[in-house]
Design a binder for this molecule. Structure first.
Ligand SMILES: *Cc1c(COP(=O)(O)O)cnc(C)c1O
Length: 371
């Protein structure tokens, strides 16, 4: 059993209790379900737009029913779970709870998701980069180099992304556990599993009881198709979760989003989600094979996510060609090492067929004899 992750929290926040909202006060054991609530300056009447009168009062900061449903979905206990406005909020809370502004550092492994560096910079925290290695089997992460960089800079957080965005690579759980063990006196290792539903590997959540300095990010934005509802989770040691809650906004979860998220993870909806995931995984293979055969394409990377990282001989022309066909993909021209790459989300079978058709042939050369 490793040391408590509370020892890794900013020393100046050890006695920080956060905002005491009207919903967070404890009122003893009395049943108050039919009480008159005049403690939060809410309106006694609903808005006319709020027909069901669900929105008049401030929401539960961490609704029990949703917490229990998500805990079941992610294989953890409710006490190990923080629900927030997307996993983006989880990233921000981890940075703020663990790093002293203007002092500490975080480690990232570019090319990777941009929000780790954004949150760190906004917080005045240094970003130490250990680039992924581009090899014959696609991108890989040198976790030994990550450990050394974290130790050299006394970093408080290490952000790993598995499956990686945009590189599509997967990290082995045993390697993540070994890294966390090496850094257990020093840092929290964050495993961003925004795309894990598309991979054939169990979650790093299973490591948390043994290695308490691991935090896992999960989201309903991708495979569960609820990006606009902004529901994401941090799964971590209960002590660390309590500390993150103290750093969170008072009422982070809008009630309509909570209601919808609850329905979205009910058994029937989950079955439909699973079958959509299976379709995307099958389409990913089909699209990858077709793109690899395209004369526009230099290289298609293996992917464990719902997207493909593809290098092109002429990425600008390929981007324009797709746009002319009404298809928008992500250009990575600004990402060092991926200047010639596009990230293409795996769409529906029809959408993917459109991508393949648009890139089936090179444009006919301009008339022979042109100068
Ligand atoms: C999309 C994405 C997220 C953002 O998830 P939200 O829950 O919508 O905030 C997090 N991490 C990675 C790697 C992503 O690609």
């Amino acid at each position: 059993m490793s040391t408590s992750p509370l020892d890794l929290v900013r020393p100046d926040l050890h006695d920080f209790t956060g905002y005491a909202s009207a919903r967070s006060v404890r009122l003893g054991g009395q049943d108050l379900s039919s009480a008159t609530w005049l403690n939060a300056n809410e309106s006694p009447w609903p808005n006319r737009a709020d027909g069901a009168a669900r929105l008049r009062r401030y929401p539960d900061p961490q609704p029990t029913v949703l917490l229990e449903a998500l805990a079941e979905l992610y294989g953890c206990t409710p006490a190990q779970l923080l629900v927030g406005r997307g996993s983006d909020e989880g990233i921000d809370l981890l940075v703020r709870a663990l790093c002293r502004p203007g002092a500490d550092a975080v480690v990232t492994t570019p090319p990777t998701f941009g929000m780790y560096a954004v949150s760190a910079r906004l917080h005045g925290t240094a970003v130490v980069e250990v680039p992924l290695t581009d090899g014959v089997d696609g991108f890989t992460c040198d976790l030994d180099a990550v450990a050394r960089a974290a130790q050299d800079t006394a970093a408080k957080l290490v952000f790993l992304c598995s499956p990686g965005n945009p590189c599509g690579n997967l990290l082995r759980l045993a390697s993540i556990e070994a890294l966390a063990q090496r850094l257990q006196e020093q840092a929290v290792v964050v495993v961003d599993e925004a795309y894990l539903e598309y991979a054939r590997q169990p979650s790093a959540v299973t490591l948390i009881p043994r290695q308490r300095n691991i935090a896992v990010l999960r989201t309903l934005s991708k495979a569960h198709a609820l990006a606009a509802a902004r529901i994401g989770c941090v799964v971590a040691d209960p002590d660390l979760i309590l500390q993150l809650r103290r750093c969170q906004a008072p009422y982070p979860l809008p009630e309509p989003c909570v209601a919808l998220a609850g329905q979205a993870v009910e058994p029937h909806a989950r079955e439909a989600t699973s079958s959509r995931i299976a379709t995307v995984v099958a389409e990913r293979g089909r699209l990858a094979a077709a793109l690899a055969a395209s004369p526009w394409v230099r290289q298609v990377y293996p992917s464990h996510g719902n997207f493909l990282l593809v290098r092109f001989f002429d990425p600008d022309a390929a981007f324009a060609r797709l746009l002319a066909a009404g298809i928008v993909v992500r250009a990575l021209a600004a990402v060092p090492g991926l200047e010639d790459a596009l990230r293409i989300t795996v769409g529906s079978p029809v959408q993917n067929a459109d991508v393949i058709r648009a890139l089936a042939r090179l444009p006919a050369t301009v008339g022979a004899g042109a100068a």
